[in-house]
Unconditional design. Structure first.
Length: 260
């Protein structure tokens, strides 16, 4: 069989380049015909090339990876998801995916995923794949068991337990994670990306520049505007327009905790 015409879709430059070199070094049956940093760029590549295989990131700014699924179906291409979602969250949906790779990508898992994609192309099971993609989109959107995040850090990745995140601070196009052990991790993604991923029953965006883990709210008062005191000693301001939503959120969270 001829080499699989392949595109890589990921908004992180390090993720794109590292996957490119891993494929070049370890997967001779793959012909990389394009690299995209957004869903929109990926659509243009699908129009320009006869694509067999797509390495597709899920969480990207603007449109996430699932936005590309209609074009994937039209192209009868095979998708391998590359994702920072933890293994627990993906376990329930793995049966419906062609395959997925958890960042940082393991070489052996990459090789096995490409071999699986090659077999799917050989057996011409595009219809089965596309049904699986529809199921995958629905089930992942409903999946709330995100326990870990994979954060791009320097020239690699850091696996962080969601429960260890005290709050996340926006800094222009970056997000700064404040962890329970007092460590700070700066990543090149905007706050909205993490607002969409983190469990909404535990995390709340109190301000355009802050997301807080309700678990670590020690007290709050509105003497001079609504201010939260966190268990690590930091104070955070809740924006005026989010104050009423915060009160409802913290009440619901407290109730859920009391029922456990």
């Amino acid at each position: 069989m001829a080499a699989l015409n392949t595109i890589i879709v990921d908004d992180e430059e390090f993720a794109r380049s590292s996957l490119y070199f891993l494929l070049q070094e370890n997967c001779p049956g793959v012909n990389i015909c394009g690299i995209a940093k957004s869903v929109n760029e990926a659509r243009a590549l699908l129009q320009s090339y006869d694509v067999d295989l797509i390495f597709l990131d899920i969480a990207m700014p603007g449109e996430n990876g699932f936005s590309l699924i209609p074009q994937v179906q039209e192209a009868n291409a095979t998708v391998i998801f590359t994702t920072a979602y933890d293994q627990y969250a993906l376990k329930a949906i793995k049966a419906n995916a062609i395959d997925y790779l958890l960042k940082p990508i393991d070489i052996e898992e990459l090789i096995a995923a490409v071999e699986k994609a090659t077999k799917y192309q050989q057996l011409n099971q595009a219809l089965l794949q596309n049904t699986g993609l529809k199921n995958l989109e629905t089930e992942l959107k409903e999946q709330k068991g995100i326990n870990r995040l994979t954060l791009p850090s320097g020239q690699g990745y850091r696996l962080v337990d969601v429960d260890d995140i005290i709050h996340i601070e926006a800094d222009s196009n970056y997000s700064i994670f404040h962890l329970k052990n007092k460590e700070k991790i700066t990543v090149s993604k905007v706050l909205k990306d993490y607002e969409e991923i983190l469990p909404e029953e535990r995390f709340f965006r109190i301000h355009k520049s802050s997301i807080v883990n309700l678990k670590y709210v020690k007290e709050y008062n509105n003497k001079n505007g609504l201010v939260l005191l966190l268990e690590n000693g930091e104070s955070l301001v809740v924006s005026r327009r989010r104050a009423s939503d915060f009160f409802e959120k913290i009440k619901t969270y407290a109730l859920l905790q009391s029922e456990k």
